[in-house]
Design a protein around this ligand. Sequence first.
Ligand SMILES: C[S@@+](CC[C@H](N)C(=O)[O-])C[C@H]1O[C@@H](n2cnc3c(N)ncnc32)[C@H](O)[C@@H]1O
Length: 337
Amino acid sequence: MTSEPDRAEAVGHAPVLLEQVVAALAPAPGETVLDATVGRGGHALELVRRIRPGGTLIAIDRDRGNLEFAGARLAAVFDILPPAVETEIGSPDLGPPLRLVHGDFGAMDEITTSRRARVDCMLADLGVASVHFDDPERGFSFRFDGPLDMRLDRSRGATAAALIDSLSESELAEAIRLLGEEPFAARIARKIAQARESAPISTTSKLAELVREAYGPRARRSRMHPATRTFMALRIAVNDELGSLARLLAAISAAAEAIATGTASWLAPGARVAIVSFHSLEDRAVKHAFASLADRGLATASRRPIEATAEEVAANPRSRSAKLRIATVGVPASTRS
Ligand SMILES: C[S@@+](CC[C@H](N)C(=O)[O-])C[C@H]1O[C@@H](n2cnc3c(N)ncnc32)[C@H](O)[C@@H]1O
């Protein structure tokens, strides 16, 4: 298994819980794998190696640059030229074993139904890739000055600057508190509301400066950069990350229900689903969705998440908060309770 820690810098992201994801999904030759968040292709590479010969990968990402980067890496494994990037609504007639879909996994029904896809393994590795934080132009990081954008898909939606401009002070405080788990959310929202009266907040450095001011002398005592939680909250809000996850979980649930009634669905009977989350609200949503499927006899699901080993956390600190949950949908009727 190539865990690629030494190449992560060149690739722009180190896949987390790689061995555990591959073991849980157990892809076999000829199967169809759907990577809902292909990112830089780290997980997908290992999955694809196991579905050859035959086998199809449907790779989705909201970030076109990541999708194209992963597409080039993956095409080499399939020994084909990188295929053209498709939109969410695709044709069932295209033949290549690698499909690159620029879109939101929240539109899973449209993505899979239009392609008549039948998926044996699905992975969603939520959030952003390391490469997002390294590009000042994307506006995800307070480490550099750049435009306050934060959109994963730069072809649609409102930027973080526009969101900050449009929300009321109390809505801002609520978003920063809930999505960032930031104890000084109200203070930060007040600072932002005061500052935007004289000029729009359009850069990462301006926002970071305002958060620092809101923290006051506490900023020096804070273990992490005071703006960490505020930036995370805005990123989640800008991309409606919880909304997309809720729609994905609803699509998985609907597919499991369809399998139970013998109706065709985008997930094949016995399909394995793996979701890696990095935020407590995301993990809670996945945990409840999988538990509900298990309680209704529609899936078997792990009750406890799989977490990174101390070795992985040491090599890749980002893996510290990763939680992997797995469900197998369409449990044969004989094994249902
Ligand atoms: C943690 S990275 C995935 C890394 C990937 N597993 C790898 O090994 O390189 C998450 C990726 O998901 C994408 N993403 C986040 N939310 C998405 C959504 N709702 N739909 C599609 N892609 C999404 C991001 O653009 C990012 O590239």
